[in-house]
Design a protein around this ligand. Structure first.
Ligand code: NDP
Length: 453
């Protein structure tokens, strides 16, 4: 019988990799993990966590403005970007330390450096050769910048935006997905002039409900964000005090920063996959089966590098379930149905389950729609013209709630709770039988009585 140095070598200490390594070690496996950039991966360092802190920074602007209607005299308001960034960096460093400690305490061997797979059971790292029974690739993804003259030279991505020395007074954002809309909201709240340039005729994509997309567009426009639909960036040039962004259709925008939020690509290059013949798709994603196994028996992959659902909680769940199967005698798989998600735009969007279009494609006419469009109580004394939208999609034959969508304050918090109801197969009658918590926005989801379609 071959003996290896380790049972499992994990490449990448991001969300999926750290969870898998820790849990595997807890099950008694001999585990090592390699990381070359930062503990905690994209989410902790240049993703979810600093982004959410930025949304909080932005939100105070509205809170202070609204406070006047409630009798507060807030006085002069200014925002110091450098204080915020320094505090944010300190918090991220603290979280890096926590991730490292978690790994150490669980007995995982940590290697700082770039790991390379030389054969199905061997890793080279820092001139060391380590043999292992299994390998888990959890190398995540990286921002993609389209091939536009000047874009790579002068543009920035979500990796850079968290470290800008100054807040741009004007920012052009390319794309209209998660990252674009989140940063559009953040910079607008902090006082920047924001232009969102996108190639579709509406923001977001078909993964979002067809009523949610224009509703969000309208709410964000009311806050002063400039949307440029059906528009491409053709060139970016250096200009005096900034950049000149040339758009299709002949217009140009003078800006201080151009942020490309044009999707992410799996980090699958330069780890030895080609030599081993590991299958990757045309997007660079590692192909895995239901067991997260690649076409090489001893090599597995989870998280964004597999490009299934590129969300942190999905990577965590994949990594956890995989090592439970491998080392914990628990044959469990995660479900990719009813995965809730939120865009932390201003206002938030959150959803779980099917969009109306997807429900109709699956169930035809047997779909009932309930919607609610209202001004949340907090907005009244604040004098703020901001509306909330909620939508329920119900299968008429079974009464099951197929989809739940919201645009409005704390949509992420609210939809997280309701997602358990959908996972449990809740019916519209169950929603109707739920007593509301009054007065909340969330109670609208259990008080919708009239079908809108
Ligand atoms: P998204 O896929 O959400 O959006 C990408 C945007 O860029 C779309 O508008 C897309 O247009 C556009 N685009 C893509 N390629 C080009 C191109 N060549 N030229 C012009 N426009 C282009 O990706 P993001 O970068 O915003 O985020 C990456 C992923 O990270 C998300 O999909 C999500 O999974 C995850 N994420 C999750 C967050 C959360 O949970 N809150 C927050 C941030 C990221 P089109 O629609 O036409 O393709």
């Amino acid at each position: 019988m071959t003996t290896y140095d380790l049972d499992l070598f994990v490449i990448g200490a991001g969300s999926g990799g750290v969870r898998a390594a820790r849990i595997a070690a807890g099950h008694g496996a001999r585990v090592a993990i390699a990381e070359k950039q930062f503990y905690g991966g994209t989410c902790v360092n240049v993703g979810c966590v600093p982004k959410k802190l930025m949304t909080y920074a932005g939100r105070y602007a509205a809170h202070m403005e609204d406070a006047a209607g409630y009798g507060w005299n807030v006085g002069e308001r200014t925002h110091d970007w450098s204080i915020f960034i320094a505090n944010k960096n300190r918090e991220i460093e603290r979280l890096n330390g926590i991730y490292q400690d978690l790994l150490k305490k669980s007995g995982v061997q940590i290697h700082w450096g770039k790991a390379y797979i030389t054969d199905p059971h061997t890793i080279e790292i820092n001139d060391q050769t380590i043999t292992t029974e299994k390998i888990l690739i959890a190398t995540g993804g990286k921002p993609f910048i389209p091939d536009i003259p000047g874009a790579k030279e002068y543009g920035i991505t979500s990796d850079d935006v968290f470290y800008l020395p100054q807040r741009p007074e004007i920012i052009v954002i390319n794309g209209a997905g998660y990252i674009a809309l989140e940063f559009a909201g953040i910079f607008r709240q902090l006082g920047s002039d924001v232009h969102v340039i996108y190639r579709r005729d509406e923001i977001l994509n078909e993964g979002f409900d067809e009523d949610v997309r224009p509703f969000l567009h309208n709410e964000m426009s009311k806050k002063g964000i400039h949307f440029h639909p059906k528009t491409n960036i053709e060139q970016i040039e250096k200009a005096e005090h900034g950049l000149n962004v040339k758009l299709s259709g002949g217009k140009s925008i003078h800006t201080q920063q151009a942020l490309f939020a044009t999707g992410r690509k799996p980090n699958s290059a330069d780890i030895g996959l080609e030599n081993l013949g590991i299958k990757i798709n045309k997007n660079g994603a590692i192909e895995v089966d239901r067991d997260d196994q690649t076409n090489i028996e001893s090599i597995y992959a989870v998280g964004d590098v597999t490009d299934r659902i590129a969300l942190t909680p999905v990577a965590l769940a994949e990594g956890h379930a995989l090592v439970d199967r491998l080392y914990g005698q628990k044959k469990r798989y995660i479900s990719y149905d009813n995965v809730p998600s939120a865009v932390f735009s201003d206002p938030n969007v959150a959803q779980v389950g099917l969009t109306e279009a997807h429900a109709r494609a699956q169930y035809g006419d047997a779909v009932d729609i309930y919607t609610s469009n209202f001004r949340a109580m907090q907005m009244t004394l604040a004098g703020r013209d901001e509306r909330t939208f909620m939508k329920l999609i119900v299968h008429r034959d079974t009464d099951k709630v197929l989809g739940l969508h919201m645009v409005g304050t704390e949509a992420g918090e609210i939809v997280q709770g309701f997602s358990t109801a959908l996972i449990a197969g809740a019916t519209k009658t169950d929603f109707d039988n739920t007593i509301g918590i009054h007065p909340t926005a969330a109670e609208e989801f259990v008080t919708m009585r009239t079908k809108s379609a």
